[in-house]
Design a protein around this ligand. Structure first.
Ligand code: PLP
Length: 397
């Protein structure tokens, strides 16, 4: 395949070649079990511990043992919420937001069926969380608050430090889903004052199928899996050693590259976004401009279908993603855009572009050069657009 311009890094990222290099020995001659008594396994165990330290540094954990390796961001999220609920069995209230990832929202739906009371905190038109409502929703029955650091669709960053300070004072366990923050903005579990924090390797250039949960020392929870003594009994099962080693290497690289995200990647994203908004009469930004991770932009193209844009982009060798999901035969806008109150006319035509440090100036130039042709072609066949006048038809939606 010719060069593909990959702007879907919030879905997953390329494994950094240095990360792959670090993993290879553990598929070959270093295949020992880290739990074994012999030195062949012990050597591997030491590499697992090195990775734990690297991941601890990425999130600002004081102790390496506060990092538990898991199989994914989804597992980390489930372990955090279910683990805490397993301890506080008499508390039946959970607080989260309306725009969380399904790893939390689907779990909350299941918890509702099991008799839990879930408060879903709303967001405003810019995607910002109603923090005052969150604070007033906490009561004696609240077992855990689970809030994401950065939204996967819009990149909007939530004020987790303010929430953490409040919850610490109330003594309520706080879980942060930082899957979309890791590698894009600095994370410091002490500044956030969280008890638990999830990350996922494949979002920051480690492979898929490896995640981690930060568990603050002293956090009261129960395991969700039962088995051996791995991960201090908190996540039994023989470790995914190559994945763990890769995640450690990726964590170290992520820290090194954070300044580049704040400068070069942010500038590229801003140039792409400004070009799209200026270049198209029907383009609107989804999510506020200020509190965002530096790699994400979500732009709604009114009166046309996001899926059609994606197909044309794909033809041109560009990967992005849309703000709607095919569900039960109808194209429903995503729960995030719906929660923000994005109008039907632009929610359906929303495209998320998510960059990485591998994206270049030339990539952004190329996207900006092909988009006008795609958008114009789709407007011409849109039932809501007057092609002669180049303006929306006067239709009451
Ligand atoms: N949380 C957020 C915010 C995400 O964006 C994702 C993945 O897209 C997850 C959790 C789940 O992570 P994983 O794909 O590792 O299960």
């Amino acid at each position: 395949m010719e060069k593909y311009i990959y702007l879907d890094n919030n879905a997953t990222t390329m494994v950094d070649p240095k990360v792959l290099e670090s993993m290879l020995p553990f598929f070959k001659d270093r295949y020992g079990n880290p739990s074994s008594m012999h030195s062949f396994g012990g050597l591997v165990g030491r590499e697992v511990e090195k990775a734990r330290m690297q991941v601890a540094r990425l999130v600002g954990a004081e102790h390496d043992y506060e990092i538990v390796f898991t199989g994914s961001g989804t597992e980390s999220d489930n372990m955090a919420v279910m683990g805490v609920l397993g301890y506080y069995r008499d508390r039946k209230h959970v607080i989260t937001s309306r725009v969380e990832h399904p790893a939390i929202l689907s779990l909350c739906k299941k918890l509702e069926r099991d008799g839990y009371r879930i408060t879903y905190i709303p967001v405003d038109r810019d995607g910002n969380l109603d923090v005052e409502m969150l604070k007033s929703s906490v009561d004696d029955d609240t077992a855990i608050v689970s809030i994401m650091y950065a939204n996967n669709e819009t990149g909007v960053v939530f004020p987790v430090e303010e929430i953490g300070a409040f919850l610490k004072q109330k003594g309520v366990p706080f879980h942060v889903d930082a899957v979309q923050a890791a590698g894009k903005i600095p994370i410091d579990v002490d500044k956030i004052n969280c008890d638990l924090l999830s990350i996922s390797g494949h979002k920051f250039h480690a492979p898929k199928g490896i995640g981690a949960l930060y568990v603050r020392r002293g956090t009261r929870m129960r395991p969700i899996l039962y088995g051996g003594h791995q991960e201090r009994g908190r996540r039994p099962g023989t470790e995914n050693v190559p994945g763990i080693v890769g995640m450690g290497a990726a964590a170290e690289l992520a820290l090194e590259h954070l300044p580049e995200y704040d400068s070069r990647v942010r500038k590229l994203r801003d140039r792409l976004e400004e070009g799209l908004l200026r270049g198209h009469k029907n383009a609107v930004l989804n999510g506020g401009r200020t509190n965002r991770v530096p790699n994400t932009t979500n732009v709604g193209f009114e009166f046309i279908e996001g899926e059609a844009i994606l197909l044309y982009l794909d033809e041109k060798g560009i990967a992005a993603s849309s703000g709607s999901a095919c569900s039960s035969g109808s194209l429903e806008p995503s729960h995030v855009l719906r929660a923000m109150g994005v109008p039907f006319t632009s929610a359906h035509g929303s495209i998320r572009f998510s960059l990485s440090r591998y994206v270049t100036d030339a990539d952004v130039d190329y996207v900006l050069s092909v988009m006008p042709g795609i958008v114009q072609r789709l407007l011409e066949i849109s039932p809501y657009w007057d092609s002669k006048k180049q303006e929306p038809l006067p239709i009451n939606l």
